[in-house]
Design a protein around this ligand. Structure first.
Ligand code: ZN
Length: 271
């Protein structure tokens, strides 16, 4: 009986520790700090980031607080992307994306990030992971797993983000070989330039009726679609982030709020 009870209690301890491992397994602050240190090292910058876990946020975010560059992350989220994708590169790519927000200057301006800003950080994460020795599959693991198929209010759709990471990854390999003088992207011809209020990025309509953002090598990432407007009072409408935007014949871009209020949010110019 005693032996049976002993085995039973061992089994209980085992089950309890297994449950703790799997349910409360989390990405330690030490791992996050080491990852950030390495990412920054590969960028050739001093490691002046404050890295903290914060279980009350959903994923990870970058911000400036009292002149310091902060990155906070949810330890369970990072552990989960690593576990589900079976690679530690997943958490590294999430942190690299957040560091990107600091390095590209997005956190200096607390306005809402535009889709181009998010793609720029995805591109940076692909670039850094290639330099750090990850495979393309590793660099894409986190986004393949946690990216959403549909664009959201804050992030472009998964397909666009995969394209941006791949561009960054490939550009690191090209730089490794021999620095290119010019990389041509002749997939698209552009018909209009687009500017949104408060967003310094330029976007373009293409002849194939998509809307694209260009990276610093002038390579295009498609993140939305354009069509001739069904109403005669407008020329075009385009869609991303779950929203439709309307372009009138003067090139003004309008967004219609849920209360039916028209807001002028930018300008569209033919090229
Ligand atoms: Zn972001």
């Amino acid at each position: 009986m005693k032996t049976f009870l002993f085995i039973l209690s061992c089994l209980f301890v085992f089950i309890q520790s297994y449950a703790q491992d799997s349910l409360w397994h989390s990405f330690s602050e030490e791992s996050a700090k080491r990852a950030v240190f390495n990412i920054v090292r590969y960028s050739g910058l001093p490691p002046n980031f404050i890295v903290r876990e914060n279980a009350s946020i959903k994923t990870a975010h970058a911000f400036i607080h009292k002149d310091q560059r902060w990155i906070e992350y949810n330890p369970s989220f990072l552990a989960q992307v690593n576990d589900s994708s079976n690679t530690d590169w997943s958490a590294i790519s999430v942190l690299a994306h957040e560091i990107g927000h600091h390095l590209m200057g997005h956190t200096l301006n607390p306005r809402k990030y535009g889709p181009g800003d998010e793609l720029e950080c995805d591109r940076y994460s692909g670039f850094i992971l290639a330099n750090m020795g990850a495979s393309l599959e590793d660099a894409l693991a986190a986004i393949s797993l946690s990216g959403s198929e549909e664009a959201s209010k804050t992030h472009p759709a998964k397909m666009a983000r995969i394209q941006a990471i791949t561009l960054g990854y490939n550009s690191a390999l090209i730089l490794d070989d021999s620095p290119p003088l010019h990389i041509q992207d002749d997939r698209f011809e552009y018909t209009h330039s687009i500017h949104f209020e408060g967003d310094p990025n330029t976007y373009y309509f293409t002849k194939v009726m998509s809307i694209v953002w260009l990276d610093e090598y002038a390579q295009a990432v498609e993140f939305g679609t354009v069509e001739v407007h069904p109403k005669p009072s407008y020329e075009y409408r385009f869609q991303f982030d779950d929203n439709w935007f309307h372009v009138d014949f003067k090139g003004q871009i309008w967004s219609i709020t849920q209360y039916g209020v028209f807001m002028n949010i930018g300008k569209c110019k033919p090229l």
